[in-house]
Design a protein around this ligand. Structure first.
Ligand code: SF4
Ligand code: SF4
Length: 278
C-alpha cells in the first residue's frame, strides 16, 4: 500500500518561512473537521524552522531545519494517548482527534520533536495534518510543499519498498534516529545541520599569494583517510560532514615544490585553522 512521506533538503532551505506562512494561511480561522480545528493566530509553528550556525569566524555558515510532525510509524504520541485520541491512518498520516484530545495538555510531552502545540483558547493539542483535507480533495501536495520557492520540500506517495530505495539513492536520513520513532519525514543533506566542518586557508610563505590547488588530506588514526580536497583560488578549503566531538585527526597539506605541512586537530565543534603557510 502506498503511504505519504515528506522529504526536505536542508541544503536548499533558506529560512524564507513561506511554508510556515502557507500553513498559517490554511489553518488560521479555518476548521477542517473531523481532522483539525482552526490554529490560533499567534504561538503555533506547525512548521517550525530551526537554525544552526556552524564554524568559527570568518569561516561560518548557517543551516535551517524545518520540523513539522514527522508522521512517525512508531509514534510515542499514539502509544501514550488514550481512546485513539491520536491515530495513524492507513496512508501513513498521524492525526490528533479534536474531539477526543480536548483538555489533553499532557500530549505535548509525548512528542520528542516538539511538534505538538497547545491551543489555550480551545484547550486542545494541535499539529501538522499534512493538509489531509486537501489531499483527500485530490491535491498532490500540502500547502507548505506547494509554496516552497527553492524546491526544498516534496511529498512522495509510495510503497515503503520504493522509499527504501530512495533513501539509499539520495542518502536520506531521519532526524534524531535514537528516538526510534520511524518518522515518515526524511532529510537530505542533514549533515549541514547535525555535523561540523574543518576550514582553513593556505598561503605560500615565499610569495604574497594564496596557494590555489594545494591538496589537503584529513586522516583519522595512522592511516584512515577521511577526506581529500583541493584549495580554491583563495587558498581556502573546507572538509564537511564530520561528527562533532569525534576526537583526534591529522591534516596534511601538500603542494609540488613545497614541503608538506602537518597539523593535529582535536575536533569538538567546527574549527577554522586560519592561515597555514607552506
Ligand atoms: S512527530 Fe511527534 S506528533 Fe508527529 S507522529 Fe511523531 S511523535 Fe507524534
Ligand atoms: S518554504 Fe522552503 S525554503 Fe522557505 S523556509 Fe520553508 S522549506 Fe525552507
Amino acid at each position: 500500500m502506498k503511504r505519504w512521506n515528506l522529504i526536505i533538503d536542508v541544503e536548499k532551505c533558506n529560512d524564507c518561512n513561506n511554508c510556515f506562512l502557507a500553513c498559517k494561511d490554511e489553518y488560521f480561522e479555518n476548521d477542517f473537521l473531523p481532522y483539525s480545528v482552526a490554529q490560533p493566530r499567534l504561538g503555533h509553528r506547525w512548521m517550525n524552522i530551526m537554525r544552526k550556525e556552524r564554524g568559527e569566524y570568518p569561516k561560518v555558515d548557517v543551516a535551517y531545519l524545518p520540523i513539522p510532525c514527522m508522521h512517525c510509524d512508531d509514534a510515542p504520541c499514539i502509544k501514550k494517548s488514550k481512546d485513539k485520541a491520536v491515530y495513524k491512518r492507513k496512508d501513513g498520516i498521524v492525526l490528533i482527534d479534536p474531539e477526543k484530545a480536548k483538555g489533553r495538555k499532557d500530549m505535548l510531552d509525548t512528542c520528542p520533536y516538539g511538534a505538538i502545540w497547545w491551543n489555550e483558547e480551545k484547550a486542545l493539542p494541535q499539529k501538522c495534518t499534512l493538509c489531509v483535507h486537501l489531499l483527500e480533495e485530490g491535491w498532490k501536495e500540502p500547502r507548505c510543499v506547494q509554496v516552497c520557492p527553492t524546491g526544498a520540500m516534496r511529498v512522495v506517495l509510495a510503497e515503503d519498498s520504493e522509499i527504501k530505495k530512495l533513501k539509499k539513492s539520495e542518502k536520506l536520513e531521519v532526524y534524531l534516529p535514537e528516538y526510534k520513532t520511524r518518522p515518515r519525514l526524511y532529510y537530505k543533506n542533514l549533515y549541514r545541520y547535525t555535523r561540523c566542518f574543518i576550514a582553513g586557508n593556505v598561503v605560500f610563505h615565499d610569495r604574497d599569494e594564496c596557494a590555489e590547488g594545494a591538496e589537503v588530506t584529513l586522516s583519522k588514526g595512522s592511516k584512515k583517510v577521511i577526506d581529500r580536497v583541493t584549495t580554491n583560488n583563495y587558498g581556502d578549503f573546507k572538509i564537511d560532514n564530520l561528527e562533532e566531538n569525534s576526537g583526534k585527526y591529522g591534516l596534511e597539506i601538500r603542494f609540488p615544490g613545497y614541503g608538506k605541512q602537518k597539523l593535529g586537530i582535536n575536533l569538538k565543534t567546527g574549527v577554522n585553522l586560519g592561515t597555514i603557510f607552506l
